[in-house]
Design a protein around this ligand. Sequence first.
Ligand SMILES: *[C@@H]1O[C@H](CO)[C@@H](O)[C@H](O)[C@H]1NC(C)=O
Ligand SMILES: *[C@@H]1O[C@H](CO)[C@@H](O)[C@H](O)[C@H]1NC(C)=O
Ligand SMILES: *[C@@H]1O[C@H](CO)[C@@H](O)[C@H](O)[C@H]1NC(C)=O
Ligand SMILES: *[C@@H]1O[C@H](CO)[C@@H](O)[C@H](O)[C@H]1NC(C)=O
Ligand SMILES: *[C@@H]1O[C@H](CO)[C@@H](O)[C@H](O)[C@H]1NC(C)=O
Ligand SMILES: *[C@@H]1O[C@H](CO)[C@@H](O)[C@H](O)[C@H]1NC(C)=O
Length: 545
Amino acid sequence: MQGNRGGRFITKVVSLGIVWALVIYTALQFRSIKLDVPMPHLNSRYLLQKRLDTLTRHDSTTETIDLEPSVDKSPSLTEDNLIQDIQNRVPNLPIAYWNKNKNKPMGLNNTCARFPSIFDIEFNNNYWQTLHTSNGTFHLYGAYLDKRKNNKLGPTVRILGMIDRIEPTIVTHCQFWFDGKKDPVITKSFEYKYIWYKKWGNYKQGIFQPYLTACVIPQAYKNKVPQSISLVEKPCDNSTNNLRVIFSEPAAKKDFAVCVKGLDFLHEDLSVRLVEWIELLNLLGADKIFLYQLQVHPNISKILNHYEKQGKVEVTPITLAGVLPNAPALQHYFLSKKTNHKRQNELIPYNDCFYKHMYEYKYIALLDIDEVIMPLEGTTWKELMDKILPKAMKIKNEERASYNVRNVYFLDDLLHDHGWFKEIPRYMHMMQHVYRTKNFTKPGQYVKCFHNTEKVLTLHNHFPLSCLGNGCTSYPIETTDAQLQHYRADCVKTLKKTCEEFRKTSVMDTTIWKFKEPLVSRVSSTLKSLGFFSYAITNDSNSIR
Ligand SMILES: *[C@@H]1O[C@H](CO)[C@@H](O)[C@H](O)[C@H]1NC(C)=O
Ligand SMILES: *[C@@H]1O[C@H](CO)[C@@H](O)[C@H](O)[C@H]1NC(C)=O
Ligand SMILES: *[C@@H]1O[C@H](CO)[C@@H](O)[C@H](O)[C@H]1NC(C)=O
Ligand SMILES: *[C@@H]1O[C@H](CO)[C@@H](O)[C@H](O)[C@H]1NC(C)=O
Ligand SMILES: *[C@@H]1O[C@H](CO)[C@@H](O)[C@H](O)[C@H]1NC(C)=O
Ligand SMILES: *[C@@H]1O[C@H](CO)[C@@H](O)[C@H](O)[C@H]1NC(C)=O
């Protein structure tokens, strides 16, 4: 009974389906024939209207038929171009070296320390490579050759990454890969340098912590530059990571670069402030600003693309390692609630930036986009250093690991009691906000530094955490020479109480106005060319994006 009923039901459905298909088919046949005569069984008024519609819309319809949408017609990439594109996007991958050697058997022998192919690597969140050991997981971000003369270990490859252990005890080995050598040079890793203080919190097993691992190059190879490095537990292990060893040493160092931690401004459109900040730093003598990017507002991207084309900034996308969130809005929410995770993760871009550029610049400053190191006399950082270096040398005749600048707040609401300055565009936040708290924050608190690239080993936001040679010496730049102008709506949370006191006494400080002419003109013309004034007709090709 059951089966029979089911069978009849299916027959019904199938025949209905066939009838429906016939109806559709017939309708389609009709559609493909131009209907010039009104069909008697259709409402002729309706049909007439239809035809008129077609007539009136006729022009635009045929136009789109003939139009060709503008799509990217670049020729498809050759394999070499593709490899280059990968290299640019994943700078820590030794893809060129691998590509050159991929068909050669490389390793100690058939069963020991095989050269990891790009396809053997265990990636994590795009830019990290993983090592699982019997006691802890490593997510590795970058490897850099440190052959600075203050490095008493001698040429060393330093590997930056995160380990889910505090005080790791696991013994690991470094496999160095050299050009033209089929087997790796293997040594025990020398140390895991913790880039954090335990008193700052998050000091727990299982949470990924920032470390700089040292792999000292054996004596016999110390004059060679390794192409890549793998970190393994046992010497013979086939590695699941292979990092390009970053090393580029120009003939001479330039003076100043700035590093900025991962930008996390998905919803906050700081584009206009960013223009003022980049232009001001450029005027002060920052050769280049290296910014890392988590998530930013499209308008911020517009600004960054513009300055990247001009060679004034370089943007590196970055992610959080391990199981931390990387989905756009969620990541921001996470970072805003989990301050210690945020702070620990910031140390990766800071130290990566330092190690990538330590041979290119004498000084590297870590700044946020609301901070400016402002010399009180003169207009450049170079003049400032020329002035304070002799002062520092007089106290002690040696270069310091860092030169720190005292922090002072330029709070948003200090301005509004005083109104706007007419001759300065209102959108120029720093130029308008020339009232600051009278007192600086305490010496050594919330400072920012010029870091000496010959001396720093690991960096934190405010100070070096460890240094080469004789310790982390720092020269406090006097407030009569320079100040760290910090533009905020409010003081940092930890200073809430002092802040109330601070607010009661504000002073006018127009030091920034010495840049008025070039700054106003550069900022306004940049904004104009990028289409920020929709009423202004733009001339700049950059505005077409
Ligand atoms: C490969 O090298 C390792 C380490 O030197 C050695 O222990 C092992 O016996 C070698 N295996 C072969 C097959 O030669
Ligand atoms: C490394 O890989 C080779 C080839 O796949 C394999 O024979 C060897 O056992 C592996 N060595 C180790 C230590 O796992
Ligand atoms: C694993 O490493 C931790 C340190 O990070 C150490 O305290 C612990 O004793 C180690 N466990 C084993 C089994 O070695
Ligand atoms: C500001 O500095 C003066 C002089 O050093 C000091 O007496 C005063 O207590 C400070 N005010 C605050 C709020 O720290
Ligand atoms: C900035 O973003 C807003 C909101 O998405 C948009 O309307 C505006 O056109 C953008 N400005 C520029 C210059 O692209
Ligand atoms: C475009 O640029 C040219 C040359 O810089 C200038 O003479 C002209 O006035 C500009 N046009 C507009 C509409 O801004």
